[in-house]
Design a protein around this ligand. Structure first.
Ligand code: MN3
Ligand code: MN3
Length: 322
């Protein structure tokens, strides 16, 4: 009989990469569930929105549901195959579960704000809309190509730090205008998670990228910038489709170019677009960077449920942890 190698138990007392442990602690510390947010408090704001704006809110969340489904069903499973340390797999398990929480949380928003017929329409749309399906299929194919682990990591970071933001713009915009605060609270919790995910997966990318020869690094860089360019031109069309009716398209495009640069930075690369934080509408920027406005959200539900401040990580957070 052929002898198999012994199966090894994960040992948290022997850490190969301190970033794994720090990320596990950060993610478990900021654990949350959609069921804790009192979404029905936003119904009054919702009823004051006109039909076009209600359509926009419903459909950006339809799009986000599709992307978080991709992350929870395919993305993290794909990255786990390439993990270097057992602790990295544990971190990716945590991320995978939270992607399911994210995907589910939009349904909590739908069931609060939308009628059953509207919800059916939104899911029919997200399961068939051309530009949304384009980006989803492109990333799906890369996740299922095991021949290039680094391209999988690029896909994950582009998805989470760039492609979600055409959708995130809407709740942040309303938050800045003092509307739909509880819906926005869910989105800020998701953004806080994605910020850690993008930084962590970008860090794991850089470890392997830095071991490549200069030629191979340059080839991969070319591929990466072309891929970003393709995704951006698709995203432009998606943004027009969603935002033309409410006149916000140009502001959204600025915001997504800013986030495209952040995605490249997570991967240790130079920005591609001239847009910086100063170019983004400050109403939206406030929403993304400030602590959660109202911690009473959590005392309302009792049980001693406590969360730290809701804020996105900045570029120096890994340094701060140590
Ligand atoms: Mn997610
Ligand atoms: Mn994520």
């Amino acid at each position: 009989m052929e002898q198999q190698n012994n199966y090894e138990a994960i040992n948290w007392n022997e850490i190969n990469d301190e970033i794994d442990k720090a990320t596990w602690e950060k993610l478990t510390e900021q654990f949350w569930l959609d069921t804790r947010i009192p979404l029905s408090n936003d119904l009054k704001d919702w009823r004051e929105l006109d039909e076009d704006r209600q359509w926009l809110v419903g459909h950006v969340f339809g799009g986000l549901t599709l992307l978080d489904t991709l992350q929870s069903q395919d993305g993290m499973a794909a990255l786990k195959k390439d993990a270097i340390t057992p602790h990295e797999i544990a971190v990716l398990n945590n991320i995978q579960f939270m992607e399911s929480v994210h995907a589910k949380s939009y349904s909590s928003i739908f069931s609060t704000l939308n009628t059953p017929e509207e919800i059916d329409d939104i899911f029919d749309w997200s399961d068939s809309e051309e530009y949304l399906q384009n980006k989803t299929k492109r990333i799906y194919e890369l996740y299922h190509d095991d021949s290039n682990p680094l391209k999988k990591k690029i896909s994950s970071v582009f998805l989470e730090t760039f492609l979600f933001y055409s959708g995130f713009f809407t709740p942040l915009w309303y938050l800045g205008n003092n509307k739909l605060a509880n819906v926005a609270e869910i989105i800020k919790l998701i953004i806080r998670d994605e910020s850690v995910h993008g930084t962590y997966i970008g860090y794991k990318f850089q470890i392997e990228f830095n071991q490549l020869s200069e030629n191979k690094q340059n080839d991969l860089k070319d591929w990466m910038y072309n891929f970003m360019y393709d995704l951006y031109s698709n995203e432009e069309k998606y943004t027009h489709l969603l935002y033309d009716k409410v006149g916000l398209t140009e502001e959204v495009l600025t915001f997504i170019r800013y986030n495209a640069n952040k995605a490249l930075m997570n991967l240790g690369q130079e920005p591609m677009f001239p847009d910086t934080a100063e170019d983004v509408n400050p109403i939206v920027m406030n929403g993304i960077s400030t602590s959660t406005a109202n911690h009473d959200f959590f005392s309302q539900v009792g049980n001693g449920y406590r969360l730290g401040n809701v804020e996105a990580m900045d570029d120096n957070d890994y340094k701060k942890w140590f």
